[in-house]
Design a protein around this ligand. Structure first.
Ligand code: FES
Length: 256
């Protein structure tokens, strides 16, 4: 152990490798001399360096900001979305949470609506299409109004901001036994429904986004709340209740 408390770990990884839609399997790798100060993705970088050095195909995995902001990282680690720490993305997960000699199973998100593209990378464009179905506010463009001209209570602003913390990583879907996207949809609905600008379209927004999620192949919410437990941004379950309320209002009043 160094003066900073840093330790080196030797780990065995079981990693999902997949080249086409149907040929997935686990492969075993040794991750040697991994610092407890490194992140999980940095550990995978070292494994990939080894693989490249041996002339083998590196493991494909998604990442971008590595700061817990962009929502790109997306790994199932020992059966838990983003690993064992609560409120933590894979890129912010540090190796100090593992022990020397551990065996770690690394898989992609598993959901029909998130097909595996390669190894640990899945196609999350279904989220984009849900967003396009209603995750916006229609406004007439013009000069930006004075921020103080639209009063918003602190309580409502906080509720909207809590929902807006969603980074769209898909951990909620991966953790749900039904692969439901309701926490994601709820966050995207709730971030607008608490603001005056989001009020006029709130019922239609919920209806359109839930309808799109169904079309994309996500399952229904059955109140397991695994999504809430897995969410790295700790989006609360109340966003789903609010969205179901808006959805019901829209479904009951729509003209068919
Ligand atoms: S890489 Fe951006 S949130 Fe993890």
């Amino acid at each position: 152990m160094s003066a900073s408390g840093e330790k080196l770990l030797n780990l065995t990884l079981q990693v999902w490798r997949q080249k086409t839609a149907s040929d997935g399997h686990f492969e075993t790798y040794q991750a040697k001399k991994i610092s407890t100060e490194q992140s999980f993705l940095e550990m995978l970088d070292l494994v990939n360096e080894d693989l490249i050095g041996q002339g083998k195909e590196p493991i494909a995995f998604d990442h971008d900001c590595r700061e817990g902001i962009c929502g790109m990282c997306s790994l199932m680690i020992n059966g838990e979305a983003h690993g064992p720490e609560t409120g933590t993305t894979t890129c912010q997960l540090h190796m100090r949470h593992f022990k020397d000699g551990d065996e770690i199973v690394v898989e992609p998100w598993r959901a029909r609506a998130f097909p595996v593209l390669r190894d640990l990378v899945v196609d999350r464009s279904a989220f984009d299409r849900i967003q396009q179905a209603g995750g916006y506010v229609s406004v007439n463009v013009g000069g930006a109004p004075d921020a103080n001209a639209v009063p918003i209570s602190k309580k409502e602003a906080d509720l909207a901001m809590d929902a807006a913390a969603c980074i769209g990583c898909g951990a909620c879907v991966a953790a749900c036994p039904n692969a439901s996207a309701m926490l994601y949809v709820g966050a995207k609905v709730s971030q607008f429904r608490h603001l005056p600008q989001g009020q006029p379209e709130k019922a239609q927004r919920a209806l359109n986004m839930i309808t799109r999620a169904d079309k994309e192949g996500f399952g229904s919410c059955r109140n397991h709340f695994e999504c809430e437990a897995a969410c790295p941004k700790e989006i609360p379950r109340r966003v789903m209740a609010e969205t179901f309320r808006d959805f019901t209002a829209a479904a009951l009043t729509r003209e068919s």
